[in-house]
Design a protein around this ligand. Structure first.
Ligand SMILES: [Zn+2]
Ligand SMILES: [Zn+2]
Length: 254
């Protein structure tokens, strides 16, 4: 198995030491891609960004077939040029592109949802992802398509495919067209209902030609590495996906 989405203490919100991550990999025989946060549009100075030079210097010695050095790049309009330059300049194994903001509003913050109905916010969310794939079409993986469900301040924050079918289809078509792999983020899979709600999205991705998925825990601690992977791999198998990760930006089969 390969966990394609993990954060060590190069990410602002993680305290996991790379040594702990390496220990889990060897003990549990699981590969990982470390994917530190790079949100070029994060307000303030240094938060949710890291120095690639320092990252490669410090982690280079840990790099091996089962421990790869990637990045989770926050896709955004304002710094799209900078984003592209970072990816061109540094030898990341794998690039996840993730939407964390709606314009200047942090999806994580409750204020983002105040006075706005779910339908208009989710419409903006899917439109943003779709538009930002165009300017970030070099990413390897589209991260957590259900990210907003974690934090949206509504009674029911789940995504129901039928309600946003056209917008979601547009995203999936762009992924297939640009050879961007859809991630299945396992962070929310403790709740059985989540996979049920995600199923029609991944089924649609499959039907329009998606062959691959990447399975990532979004671990911010060693305990979370490989969380809910049994369910996720079974889900992938049921839909006949090949589970993949990237090494030197090349697709690898698990
Ligand atoms: Zn993320
Ligand atoms: Zn993440």
């Amino acid at each position: 198995m390969f966990d394609t989405h993990t954060h060590t203490n190069f990410s602002t919100d993680s305290r996991m030491d790379i040594k702990e991550a390496v220990e889990i990999c060897h003990k549990d025989d699981i590969g990982i891609v470390i994917t530190e946060h790079m949100d070029t549009n994060y307000p303030g100075n240094k938060k949710f960004r890291f120095e690639p030079e320092m990252y490669f210097n410090q982690f280079q010695n840990y790099r091996e077939d089962k421990i790869l050095l990637g990045i989770e790049l926050g896709i955004n309009e304002e710094f799209k040029k900078e984003n592209r330059e970072i990816i061109l300049k540094w030898p990341f194994d794998q690039v996840i592109g993730s939407l964390h903001f709606l314009g200047n509003y942090d999806i994580y913050e409750k204020d983002t949802y105040q006075g706005r109905d779910k339908h208009s916010v989710y419409t903006e969310y899917f439109n943003s992802i779709s538009n930002l794939i165009d300017s970030h079409n070099y990413i390897d993986i589209l991260g957590h398509i259900d990210y907003i469900c974690r934090y949206a301040d509504y009674d029911d924050s789940e995504i129901y495919y039928q309600e946003y079918k056209d917008l979601i289809d547009e995203i999936l078509i762009k992924c297939v067209h640009n050879e961007i792999v859809l991630e299945l983020n396992t962070r929310r899979l403790n709740n059985k209902i989540v996979l049920k709600n995600l199923y029609p999205i991944y089924k649609r991705y499959k039907d329009i030609g998606g062959k691959y998925i990447a399975i990532g825990s979004d671990a911010h601690s060693k305990e979370a590495i490989g969380n809910n992977f049994f369910e996720a791999y079974q889900f992938a198998e049921n839909l006949n996906f090949k589970v993949v990760y990237f090494k030197n930006r090349n697709i690898q089969y698990v």
